[in-house]
Design a protein around this ligand. Sequence first.
Ligand SMILES: Cc1ncc(C[n+]2csc(CCOP(=O)(O)OP(=O)(O)O)c2C)c(N)n1
Length: 641
Amino acid sequence: MIIERIDSPADVKQLQREEIDVLGSEIRELLVTTCAVNGGHLAPNLGVVELTLALHRVLDLPSDKLVWDVSHQTYVHKILTGRRERFGTIRKGGGLSGFAMRSESAYDPFGAGHASTGVAAALGMALARDLTGTGETVVAVLGDGALTGGLAYEALNNAGSLKTQFLVILNDNEMSIAPNVGSIASYLSVLRSKPFANFVRKTGREVLKRIPLGGAAKKAIEGAELGAMHFIGPSEKTAVIFEELGFRYIGPVDGHNYDVLVDALQTAKDLDRPVLLHVRTVKGKGFEPAERDSRTFHGVGANAYEPRNGSKRSSSGARPKFQDVFGDAMIAVAEKDSRVVGITAAMPDGTGLAKFGKRFPERYFDVGIAEAHAVCFAAGLAASGLRPVCAIYSTFLQRAYDQIVHDVVVQELPVVFCMDRAGLVGDDGPTHMGLYDIAYLRTLPNFTLMAPRNEAELLPMLEHALSLNSPAAIRYPRGSSSGKHDEPPAPLVHGKAEVLRRGRGVAVLAYGTTVDIALDAYDLVTLSLSEGDPGITVINARFAKPLDEALLLELERDHAHLITLEEHSLAGGFGSAVAEFVSDHALELRVERMGIPGVLVQHDSQDKQRALFGLTGDVLAARIRQIAGSLPVERAGSVRR
Ligand SMILES: Cc1ncc(C[n+]2csc(CCOP(=O)(O)OP(=O)(O)O)c2C)c(N)n1
């Protein structure tokens, strides 16, 4: 196996030409078999095998800087940079990350997980190079999906005036996770199209005069594979948008033709100016099921498919996920209220909004990877009387913070935010953790924050959010609740918590699906109680804002200790809100907060992450017994025995 001889980019450089093709096949095999077990971003990586090999041939890594946007497509890069032997650990606890990570390798100069940051980060590196005189080549690889994000344009706009080497590779596979959207995507498809390529053929000689291309690339131009500097647009004006932004545009080139890629990269790298190399790739290339359905194979769960033929492995008995319940809830509310519209930022499947989109295509908007725009756009819809629901993961909504404050809260508009992946997200790691949303929303005036304890509470909360004339957000985790405590929900009342078990001494106030942990602990501690003993109190908080202040005042009467529970950063979270109230009102209650301390949470399974931070019934029960044992007798519940 050639792959076994590859421990660094130097080994790739030494391969004979025919060995490269064999290596490409071996890499694809490793990708398919590993992702079948570990899960991961299969289709994006299958699409960049030749591109990565060519980059490793042309660049001098790690002194040259190679920045991958989103960086979910760095598996091939990892295999070629001394991480092949550990590749079987990818996305597993303690193993390789599924993204580029600065702490993991010198070959990863910049980490990512959110889209559209690559050009900006690489531009910073290019300017640092110029200021310090280090002289390395700087390259950013950007997907056409990531090119729907505003940050990418801000960086391209900024880079255009550079007078030194800076290469952006546009990896165009016509797909975001779902099919790419927007005018730029249409524009790219024009650049890719045959009629354009024919036109290019005519101007090819012009291109050759301006760019000294290698032999294979020249040949490709004859075959209309390599593009042009100019393009006749609908208005008959000549323009290639990247040229207008100050880049030299090269392309489109076949991203699966290694020789053309090496030539084009060599050429682009040697130009002392910003260059955009447009590379056409096929997402899922070389594994037929992934080529046919790159949407499903963009990111797969562990043990999701058979590596032989890509057929789906059944996940029988799995509870419906919050995302599916949300999709149904959206249809239910939209059926009753024609003002309801749904917005996703390139995540129709992950958020569950795709189902709503099928039912109400004219009321469904996929705006691309553009969270800031999504929120401001929603504000505009709300300002004109509609009731927009933004379905955006907790982590990605971070990008729209100013729009939430400036365009929703300050304008006093009733936009609803449904934040999936709120909490510990598992194997994607720190870039995707949904641990900050309570903190960043709780400070905003007139904002309502809710979290369902289980799937059944999601629809009532969505209905409630839509009944308010002010902004509201609902957070819920990746996957589903434990299913162990599926009591039917009591009616929802604004700002009111739900007391699920009433006891004395210790009260557990749980927010969202951590209610199940509180109930697990309740069951454990009450096992040892005799009949008639009140045990502890368990509260489903439901609202982080407004807090159920009346209940907190009432709890002071026969409780001494509150434990707050949340899958969120302890700093600024739900527990902080409770502690603030208790302190401000000088209540005689000791508040203890359970949640995530100020650390970066690395990739692992959600269960292991929860266990790491003591978010389990066992740990909570042990702590409750400990506390109860130390409470003054007159305030203790019977748990102290
Ligand atoms: C800010 C942000 N929003 C949403 C996502 C979710 N996401 C991950 S990859 C992806 C599509 C990226 O498409 P593209 O850049 O074309 O890369 P490809 O997977 O097609 O190679 C999306 C929407 C993200 N990573 N970051």
